[in-house]
Design a protein around this ligand. Sequence first.
Ligand code: TEU
Length: 546
Amino acid sequence: MPHNYRKDTIVYQIYPRSFMDSDGDGVGDLKGIISRLDYIASLGVNTIWLSPVYKSPNDDNGYDIADYKAIQPEFGTMEDFDRLVAEARARGIGIVMDLVINHTSDEHEWFQKALAGDERYKNYYIIRKGKDGKLPNNWGNFFAECPWTKFGDSEDEYYLHLFSKKQPDLNWHNLQVLEEVKDIMRFWLDKGVVGFRCDVINVIFKNSLADGKPRPILTGSEHYLSTDGCHEILRILRREVLEPYGAFAVGETVFVDVPKARDLTDPERGELDMVFAFEHMECDQVIVKWFKTPLKPKKLMACLSKWQTEMDWNACYFENHDQPRFISRFTDSEGLREECSKLMAGLLMTLRGTPYIYEGQEIGMINGDFASLDEIRDIESHNVNAMAKSLRLPEKVRWSMIQKTSRDNARTPMQWSSEANGGFTTGEPWLKVNSNYTQVNVAREEREPKGILAFWKRMIALRRTDPVLMDGSFRSVYEGEQIYAYERCLEGRRYLVLCNLTGKKAPLPQSLRDLGRILVCSYEKIFPSTLKPFEFRLVEVERTEE
Ligand code: TEU
């Protein structure tokens, strides 16, 4: 089966709540997105991934879906959605929907019917009796809560939820669930969307509900990570739903290693086009993602090289709505924000694979400047705080942990201008706008021919048109304490990418000097023997006889 992506695809992820509010209720919406389509087109991207816009009680900001065929009223109407697809298409941009099928909302009609005692719908979910007065098993939960909650008024029945208790997991052993999901996917494909980003797709099929081997987090995960059943479901969805539309699918796959990712994306098997792996996101974590240490550049280099070399093609990303902003992970010096953002642009557009840009990344947005937990909305952060409290961690420690790792860091409203609330809303924003918006915003960047946004646009344009960047092979050339160098080669043309992954200047090894014409440099003044803090350079190596 062929892959359904083009090598020039570049994706821009929108978190609708935080992108642009058109009606002053403080929440971003579809009309707001439509009003910014020219901006998105001006970046040079050709695909938008929309985080969920379906009807939802918002326990997890839309990742808890109450109706897969309806638009969340605060985001607008189905007419607005149809207009978005048409207007995006008119600008050469395809829309990718977020497909959340590991769980629904507990407010979904299916779960409500199950609660009312309808056996057909009870079998849509994973409902089990407790064992000897205890929970059905010892599993862990992604949101640091208990994964089992009493099912309705039942005395001894529980339902499984790997995420919040308002996100009951679907029972993928039930073929009716598969039929429902096929129908949902076709509904959106018929509307003209070009594909799906499949939420936590490698956990959907639970092999068994037996106790798991105890681990620091997610005890039990050996029973559901990338199971054969999951592979089988993906093949069916591909063959019967995606393929007839030529639609594309990127999977969010937690805890995948290279062999699993290769299986999931193998064109012979016909499952996913590419996956979001997490290993490079873990280079600054200690055991679990809530404990961070300063990012170790060498670890990041090794990880990027491994995935680049061992996968033929994959999704490349450094930010999304679940991760702290990358600049804030790389440096605590706001003085280097511009340099660091340009480096990210250079890296993302020169690695092999499909680049995903997250809203605001292209203007160098950094972590939210929240003063206390009261300003944080993310359910995960509040749960983690509660868990840490039960472990008696002092408040200061808890706050420092949440400040660094909260998903709200990336969910602060998009900064459009230096007007009130960064031009995001005329009302009260649902989440605090970063107070650096007077300095960091789109309007200002658009006036800076040598600024961050201009550099991102330049790199995007190059990535979309240059065959070496689009399809060249990858080879790591140098992984030092500061400098990362790799080659991209195609049909006798050879590019050398030089990156300084630290905020300190770095001497360039002799072997990497004066090798050819510099195509791009993130600094104006170029020193042959040094890379400035976070400098990015792209060099076309002069032909050498092989
Ligand atoms: O995320 C799944 C996931 O594993 C993590 O990235 C998640 O954010 C959490 O931090 C685990 O500790 C996806 C979505 O991207 C996320 O926004 C949703 O909350 C989640 O699934 C549930 O649908």
